[in-house]
Design a binder for this molecule. Structure first.
Ligand SMILES: Cc1ncc(COP(=O)(O)O)c(N)n1
Length: 572
């Protein structure tokens, strides 16, 4: 069957035209651009300004294309299919630049300009007179993406603070970006920061100084120091030392518009030799993101840059060996999507962080439950606590059995030890329950013969069921929210005491609070978190697997909340 014109139209992909030089080694220029365009699901066409004989070690020769033939290529392409965006790369010489600017003035399309002047290997790709001719182009440009040496060359900026011209600090980078924007008149400038390194402190200080008038985007999996401190109480297990923000380990790209900073894009510097074609890739990714990102959502413009930068960084991070010099990027990485970010110094527990953040209100309804609040204040009725502690004694037995089942299912001594360690810990924990009951005049016999309440049985049934049916990771998951949650409750109550919102002295539940905020219990929590993170890092889950693990976590958190409800409302 022949498809109708309608369906052909519906299948049309955004057309991105690249006007650049050919790189015979395939890592930069036209070749990098077409690979990027393909990765974004767009259609790529090309106008070639020069053929370069080039490899990862350097540029061995350049064959310039006559300006009128460059124009002929452009006319052939645009007369047939009008491009959504045009990316300009290596423009080779002033006659090509002048001829192109004349043509581009007549086109109504988005233009991204990457001022290719010198190759990574140090070869001059644009002569001095051509740099002058570029002034004709700037007014036509929507997005301009120089790196630091290029912006310095274009503006004549001199930094007195440093011997090495490219090693600017963040304040100087911002100054240079604004100057480039004003001097060239290009609509939006993204000054790429790859040639210098910035510290976390610098960013926090700049933000304080400029009162946060613009957005700061941190790379996925990393977080602003401020945010991580309030992200979740569980981060209290790992205190972030003061000195940590001093290291110059970040790359910052500065986005300016009409001479004002709009956003900073912050990410870790990637230690890689495979950077050949980075500028080409990023500028083309900006064109593609512009053509494919929804325009009507808030911050649409910023999302374009975020997407393009993230694509380019992952292309560097996932690159593989090619040649003997600066190797190319991996343009095809979009098909291998990571379900979770890798751990970092600032977020050493990305998996647990994901779990908590995946439904923060649900998590808070558990760890800041009215039962816990009243317990901390000492106003919780004794019969509520008594009911709860008897049921929790039953629950702990099942909980210890689940860990024993984990040890049975384990294949390594590391896992056997992890599970039996915690099972032993739970047995010790239950002694506190026995002694509370004794103090309430309840004997061990009476405690053991107390019938299990429905919420206790439901929760225990779920944990043992998941543990029996699923694999060892499912089991880890079904016991995690109890362990981590009680640690968080212990820490939260401790904080409430400091804030005067809860009290220890004269509180009937002091021993309970001390036990769950004590070293022994928090140590067990930390070991539990480490085990979980280790498993996830060793065998990263697919998105579907992550969704199932998260669902188990949510169900356990819900059942934990119901357990407090049981205590508070004396549910049998
Ligand atoms: C055809 C062409 N275009 C652009 C570059 C710049 O890329 P890089 O700065 O990574 O060498 C290049 N080397 N060759």
């Amino acid at each position: 069957m022949v498809p109708s014109t309608m369906s052909l139209e519906a299948k049309k992909r955004p057309h991105i035209l690249t006007i650049a030089g050919s790189d015979s080694s395939g890592g930069a220029g036209i070749q990098a651009d077409l690979k990027t365009i393909e990765a974004f699901g767009c259609y790529g066409s090309s106008v070639i300004t020069a053929l370069t004989a080039q490899n990862t070690n350097g540029v061995q020769g350049v064959h310039e294309i006559p300006a009128d033939f460059v124009v002929q290529q452009l006319k052939s392409v645009v007369s047939d299919d009008y491009p959504r965006c045009i990316k300009l790369g290596m423009l080779t010489n002033s006659s090509i630049i002048l001829a192109l600017s004349k043509q581009l003035k007549q086109l109504d399309t988005i233009i991204v300009l990457d001022p290719v002047m010198i190759s990574t290997s140090g070869h001059t790709l644009l002569p001095e007179d051509a740099i002058q001719a570029m002034n004709e182009l700037y007014p036509l440009v929507d997005y301009f993406t120089p790196n630091i040496p290029e912006a310095i060359k274009l503006t004549g900026y001199s930094s007195h603070a440093s011997d090495n011209n490219s090693q600017l600090n963040l304040e100087q980078m911002i100054e240079l970006a604004k100057m480039t924007n004003t001097k060239t008149g290009a609509f939006t400038v993204l000054l790429k920061g790859g040639h210098t390194s910035i510290s976390r402190r610098e960013i926090l200080e700049i933000r304080k100084k400029e009162k946060g008038d613009y957005e700061i985007f941190w790379e996925e999996g990393d977080d602003d120091l401020d945010t991580i401190e309030v992200l979740s109480l569980y981060s209290s297990y790992k205190q972030i030392p003061q000195s940590i923000g001093e290291e110059k380990e970040l790359v910052v790209d500065v986005l300016v518009n009409k001479g004002e900073v709009v956003a900073l894009f912050v990410g870790k510097k990637i230690d890689s030799n495979n950077t050949h074609g980075t500028g080409c890739t990023l500028s083309t990714a900006i064109a593609c993101a512009h053509a494919t990102e929804p325009r009507d959502e808030p911050n649409a413009n910023l999302r374009i840059f975020k997407k393009a930068i993230s694509y380019t960084k992952t292309a560097i991070a996932s690159s593989y060996p090619f040649g003997h010099g600066h190797g190319p990027l991996n343009h095809a990485h979009l098909s291998v999507k990571r379900a979770l970010p890798p751990p970092t110094k600032y977020n050493p527990h990305p998996f647990v962080s994901h779990l908590i953040q995946s439904n923060l209100p649900l998590w808070k309804s558990y760890v800041e439950h009215p039962f816990v609040v009243q317990l901390g204040k000492g106003t919780l009725p004794k019969e509520c606590f008594e009911h709860y502690i008897k049921q929790d004694y039953h629950y702990l037995k099942h909980y210890a059995r689940a860990h024993a089942l984990g040890a049975y299912k384990a294949n390594t001594f590391e896992d056997i030890k992890a599970f039996t360690d915690i099972a032993g810990h739970i047995a010790r924990e239950s002694e506190m329950h026995v002694s509370y009951c004794e103090s309430f005049g309840i004997s061990l016999d009476q405690l053991q013969s107390t019938p299990e309440s429905a919420p206790c049985a439901a929760y225990a049934r779920y944990v043992i069921d998941i543990g029996t049916q699923g694999d060892i990771l499912d089991l880890y998951m079904s016991v995690a929210s109890c362990l981590i949650g009680y640690g968080e409750v212990g820490l939260w109550l401790k904080k409430q005491v400091e804030l005067g919102e809860a009290k220890m002295e004269g509180n009937l539940y002091k021993k309970w609070m001390e036990d769950y905020s004590g070293k022994d219990f928090l140590g067990a929590v930390e070991r539990g978190i480490e085990n979980l993170e280790r498993r996830i890092a060793e065998d990263p889950p697919t998105e579907a697997r992550l969704a199932r693990l998260t669902a188990i976590w949510h169900e356990c958190v819900r059942l934990e909340s119901a357990f407090w409800d049981m205590g508070l409302n004396l549910i049998k």
